[in-house]
Design a protein around this ligand. Structure first.
Ligand SMILES: [Zn+2]
Ligand SMILES: [Zn+2]
Ligand SMILES: [Zn+2]
Length: 149
């Protein structure tokens, strides 16, 4: 009898933990910071900051963790939310200076960032992306270093 009560009690606790975890999880669009409770909801509506033009494509999932601060993967600019980060143009955008918006880095914060093409290391995304990469996929020095996740 006592054992049965314990099992029911444990199951209830587990259920509560699971429910809480699901409630806390949010999904964000990496282009505009739009927040949704599921990936399906997120990717079913059009994005006002889509790189191909406003509402020319759907929201795209930001695959990193929820952070207290977000850094642009192209220039290292810091912002407190994805929506404020992506509200302005990026001086180091791969399509050309200010030709696109900042995009959040999807890896975790590190003491050293490594270029995923050549292995160059730097203490911040902004210093890593300040110089051109000798092994850039578009050709030697045709683009900047890019931080690995
Ligand atoms: Zn969006
Ligand atoms: Zn940027
Ligand atoms: Zn590099």
């Amino acid at each position: 009898m006592t054992k049965k009560i314990f099992i029911v009690f444990s199951a209830t606790i587990l259920l509560l933990i699971n429910t809480n975890a699901q409630n806390r999880k949010h999904y964000y669009c990496k282009y505009c910071g739009y927040k949704a409770s599921s990936v399906a909801t997120l990717t079913s509506s059009s994005c006002s900051r889509h790189p191909q033009g406003a509402y020319k494509g759907k929201h795209v999932l930001y695959e990193g963790e929820e952070q207290s601060h977000y850094y642009c993967v192209y220039c290292g600019k810091k912002a407190s939310s994805i929506s404020s980060l992506t509200s302005s143009s990026c001086s180091r955008h791969p399509d050309g200076n200010y030709q696109g918006r900042h995009e959040p880095y999807q890896g975790s914060q590190k003491s050293k960032y490594t270029c995923k093409y050549c292995g160059t290391q730097a203490s911040s995304i902004s210093s890593l992306t300040s110089s051109s990469c000798s092994k850039h996929p578009q050709g030697a020095y045709k683009g900047r270093h890019a931080p690995a996740q």
